[in-house]
Design a binder for this molecule. Structure first.
Ligand SMILES: Nc1ncnc2c1ncn2[C@@H]1O[C@H](COP(=O)(O)OP(=O)(O)OP(=O)(O)O)[C@@H](O)[C@H]1O
Ligand SMILES: O=P(O)(O)OC[C@H]1O[C@](O)(CO)[C@@H](O)[C@@H]1O
Length: 619
């Protein structure tokens, strides 16, 4: 227990302040340092008491601040290069997993189960058996024990050395093996972590491994949905991989199959397609043996016999949930087909676009002849979900933590094009001083940025009267939003900056000097490191999940005015960045990152409205 009495002589008035902190880590020196920082920079908040939601505030913003920002009329003058998402659209299937056995030489395994299953599902064939023999990489026998170890404890942040890790002695459940040395801790936190431990304790092995098997006619958004779901689950810390059978087919049989290859009475074509489907399934199951948790199996899987083959292969190894995409909107389908012919490697060499469209439509008719909608097992049917209104999900036999979250995510997704504008608050007084956290107001440069931002929003969203402005509850974001008028403003506690705990208000140098072990822990593992009485990046990601769901659900533009760590986490979701990279993503001050959500997936554009005046700012 730490007690301190602070006296402040403000002229005649003496302010006394008793501080009592329950801590074994905050020394009186620390307390004095943070009190001094607080005193030195404390300014009463200028926004305290503003409502969490303000709808269409009056013109005071314009009258008071005007637009002394003098933005150019042509916003493209502010466009700066995007670091990596690029403006070109990459074909989603190309980003999926590569076939193991097609890329590894010499690896073979006689997987009798697969041979029998394939034989029964396609009446056997010599080339088929030969092919099966070249299948699949070896399965690491050690994997299951490694996999067992991975899921047992969740690293609640490598934080202060004072938080002892549980040891075998303190952990009574005999069936857990503590592996405190390896970094094999799940990169999960919060709800995900709790579920992981619960699954480990109670869930049968099959439930802990989940295969989402896509079903649908071509151009129904299977790959699009598979890629989006993969991105969401990875962002939450679930080991997730996307396996696309079309990619396997192209690698094994080339990219110039005409529609005939897909005829239901083309025996060779059917066998070839089943072969690569089985190969992809083998690879996915092998990966799960090595620790993978959620496999997204992306193919048409258009017949019961095919789906039965997959269920037999998965028996005892993972739970299968079919995810069927259905679309009855002919305009959407026509657009999809044209997008496919534009983007798919199947038509990369097709010089006559319309001929390509005709060939794809012919392929479609062959699939329609044999298509059997899903009626079996656990399934989710997405029906006309494109626009975000009027569509629906039909589910059957869905239970458990992860399937429930997947359903909730999918029911909120749609393809209505809209921009999401991400920007940090204007430069703050603490940015200038290099101090972290806090609730400081804006510097002069930050106030100038707030006016430029208002002008930018006015121009960029002038035709969007249903847009909204989201801020955190900290004054530097609320003040940045203030000059924007004509749009509802919403304060999210979840958008508050990462909580630096006992380091709040300090500079990185002060932390390095007064708390070297904390500084070093964070340097070593910035993703999982949790400030004492504060947060880790994994904590921030978990608290941002409802924000992501709401951003997916919105059909109108949203301007998110937040903070460096928070925007790193949000950007990582849209840019599908690996979790390990999140804590170091560049999110410069006075720059707007425009995420364009639409029918071709996620694209990015950046506008830099001005430089940060102070070189240390934006740390
Ligand atoms: N739920 C959906 N319903 C209808 N169209 C969708 C849906 N989701 C995405 N789309 C649109 O469908 C287009 C094609 O999607 P995608 O390439 O994923 O089709 P696919 O079903 O995987 O086709 P194929 O089986 O030929 O690979 C996407 O560019 C997207 O605009
Ligand atoms: O994780 P990092 O790199 O310390 O960045 C987060 C920090 O960035 C800031 O938003 C600005 O320095 C701090 O308030 C916050 O602690």
């Amino acid at each position: 227990m730490g007690n301190a009495l602070f006296k402040l002589n403000e002229g005649k008035e003496v302010l006394e302040c008793k501080v009592q902190v329950e801590t074994e880590m905050l020394s009186p020196i620390d307390l004095a340092a943070s009190w001094r920082a607080h005193q030195e920079y404390f300014q009463p908040s200028r926004v305290r008491g503003t409502h969490d939601v303000t709808i269409n505030p009056g013109l005071e913003g314009r009258a008071k601040n005007g637009f002394a920002s003098g933005l150019e009329l042509d916003l493209d003058k502010y466009v700066v290069p995007t670091p990596n998402m690029g403006s070109g659209v990459v074909y989603a299937a190309s980003l999926t997993e590569n076939p193991r056995s097609l890329l590894q030489t010499g690896s073979s395994s006689n997987n009798d189960t697969t041979k029998d299953i394939l034989h029964n599902s396609t009446k056997g064939d010599s080339s088929l058996n030969h092919y099966v023999n070249t299948m699949k990489s070896t399965i690491g026998g050690h994997a299951s024990s490694l996999e067992e170890q991975r899921a047992m404890f969740v690293d609640r942040g490598v934080g202060s050395p004072n938080f002892a890790r549980p040891t075998m002695e303190t952990f009574s459940m005999s069936n857990f093996k503590l592996d405190s040395e390896s970094k094999g801790m799940p990169a999960a936190e919060g709800a995900v972590a709790a579920a992981a431990v619960a699954d480990q304790m109670y869930g049968p092995k099959e439930d802990r491994k989940l295969a989402i098997v896509l079903v649908g006619l071509p151009a129904r958004g299977k790959t699009f949905t598979a890629a989006k779901l993969t991105r969401y689950l990875r962002w939450l810390g679930h080991e997730t991989k996307h396996f696309n059978v079309g990619k396997y087919r192209r690698l094994k049989h080339g990219t110039n199959q005409t529609a005939d290859f897909f005829r239901g009475d083309n025996r060779e074509g059917v066998e070839a397609r089943n072969e690569v489907a089985a190969l992809a399934m083998e690879d996915m199951l092998s990966w799960m043996q090595e620790g993978g948790q959620v496999g997204i199996f992306d193919a048409t899987n258009s017949t019961r016999i095919r789906r039965n083959m997959l269920m037999k292969m998965a028996e005892g190894k993972c739970k299968i949930i079919f995810l069927e995409t259905l679309c009855n909107d002919q305009d959407v389908l026509e657009r999809n087909i044209r997008l496919k012919v534009q983007q798919s490697p199947d038509y990369a060499e097709q010089t006559d676009f319309e001929a390509g469209v005709q060939d794809f439509k012919e392929r479609l008719t062959y699939y329609e002849k044999v298509y059997e909608p899903v009626e079996e097992g656990s399934y989710i049917k997405m029906i006309d979900m494109v626009s975000g209104k009027g569509g629906q999900l039909k589910i059957n036999d869905i239970s458990g933590y992860l399937p429930g979250r997947i359903v909730f995510f999918l029911v909120n997704c749609h393809l209505t094009p809209r921009p999401i504008l991400l920007t940090r608050h204007g430069e703050s007084m603490d940015n200038v001083r290099g101090r972290i956290g806090g609730d400081s107001s804006l510097s002069e440069a930050g106030e100038l940025y707030s006016r430029k931002l208002a002008s930018f929003v006015e121009k960029r969203l002038k035709s969007e009267r249903t847009a909204s402005i989201w801020t955190s509850t900290l004054q530097r974001t609320i003040l940045t939003a203030h000059p924007i008028i004509g749009f509802p403003k919403i304060q999210w506690r979840a958008l508050d900056e990462i909580n630096a705990g006992v380091c709040d208000g300090m500079t990185y140098d002060e932390i390095k000097k007064s708390k070297p072990e904390e500084y070093e822990s964070r340097r070593k593992d910035k993703l999982r490191y949790r400030y004492p009485r504060g947060e880790s990046y994994l904590d921030v990601i978990q608290r941002l999940e409802p924000v992501i769901i709401e951003l997916e659900r919105q059909r109108a533009p949203v301007v998110v005015i937040a903070h460096q760590a928070v925007l790193r986490a949000l950007y990582a979701y849209f840019a599908d960045k690996p979790l390990e990279e999140v804590p170091n993503i560049e999110i410069p001050l006075h720059t707007i990152i425009e995420i364009q959500m639409g029918v071709a997936g996620v694209q990015e554009k950046r506008y830099k409205l001005m430089d940060a005046i102070h070189p240390t700012a934006g740390l």
